[in-house]
Design a protein around this ligand. Structure first.
Ligand code: HBI
Ligand code: FE
Length: 294
């Protein structure tokens, strides 16, 4: 997903009139038009074709378990019957971006919020706010994996704590570099599992094959200190050794002492490599340089 800060996107401060107090709305599946279902099918076919050999095994398994190959925009009632059984998670519809505390409260209770709208046929590669393709195709398959499911719920609890500590900026980097743009090392090689990558045609190739970005083994403290960009392909990808390890590190670590420690340390610039990094690929950054003069 390519996102950009947009002055016109309405991030409300209280739920819009048609929404519930927790910001959820009815998905109203029957109201999707033929054209909207076709947009889903087009995006789905394009991604599905390139994912073998690129997407993490857990992601591919999730697509199967959740029967996401069925044509058309998924009906959350059907999807949730399977997902709830698998890992206790469910998908709930929201009108767009929701406030951080609302977002974390849902995650902590194993509810993944999804935009209920879909991008227009002329916007297949670009969107300002997460739509149902990014949210459901990108995020939900991984939620069928018990380890990732538990990690996401722990992240929600961690988010509520981070709001109290004033460390949301640091914690959001963890989400960014795992849930949105994470890579995983599997026996056959690196694979993508981050929703921002698996739901993007261009970045699915770029993240694995391009010489430009750095690929660095995941380190919690390092990630919490690392800035990120929201307007273009990433310049750094962090690689987890396994989902077990991601879950273990984040559940076993009390983040408070880490926040305290890094409070006195400088942030790490986007493409910077630091001495403690276990670097898999030193990127040329040619792509970012080619874009910076535009
Ligand atoms: N709302 N719908 C929606 N989707 C998100 O991913 C989201 C959000 N609100 C806040 C939020 N994310 C951030 O708090 C996290 O990305 C850190
Ligand atoms: Fe997302």
């Amino acid at each position: 997903m390519l996102t950009s800060p947009d002055p016109e996107s309405h991030v409300y401060s209280s739920p819009p009139a048609h929404a519930n107090a927790d910001w959820t709305i009815d998905q109203d599946w029957k109201s999707y038009s033929e054209e909207e279902h076709k947009v889903w099918d087009t995006l789905f076919a394009r991604q599905k074709e390139m994912l073998p050999g690129r997407a993490a095994q857990a992601f591919l398994d999730g697509l199967d378990i959740l029967q996401l190959s069925k044509p058309g925009i998924p009906d959350f009632r059907e999807l949730n019957r399977i997902l709830k059984d698998a890992t206790g998670w469910e998908v709930v519809a929201v009108p767009g971006l929701v406030p951080d505390d609302v977002f974390f409260e849902h995650l902590a209770n194993r509810r993944f919020v999804s935009g209920n709208f879909i991008r227009k046929p002329d916007q297949l590669d670009y969107l300002k706010e997460p739509d149902i393709f990014h949210d459901v195709f990108g995020h939900v398959p991984m939620l069928a994996d018990q380890r990732f499911a538990d990690y996401m719920a722990a992240y929600g609890r961690g988010g509520l704590r981070a709001l109290k500590f004033g460390t949301l900026k640091q914690l959001a980097r963890l989400y960014w570099y795992t849930v949105e743009f994470g890579l995983i090392r599997e026996a056959e090689g690196l694979r993508i599992y981050g929703a921002g990558i698996v739901s993007s045609y261009g970045e699915s190739v770029f993240a694995l094959d391009d010489d430009s970005p750095n690929r660095i083994m995941f380190d919690l403290e390092r990630v919490l200190r690392t800035e990120y960009r929201i307007d273009d392909y990433q310049q750094n990808y962090f690689v987890i050794p396994s989902l077990d390890e991601l879950l273990r590190v984040t559940v076993e670590t009390d983040f408070k002492p880490v926040y305290d420690k890094i409070a006195d340390m400088p942030d790490i610039a986007i493409a910077e490599i630091i001495e403690s990094d276990e670097v898999l690929t030193v990127g040329t950054q040619a792509y970012a340089q080619s874009r910076s003069g535009e």
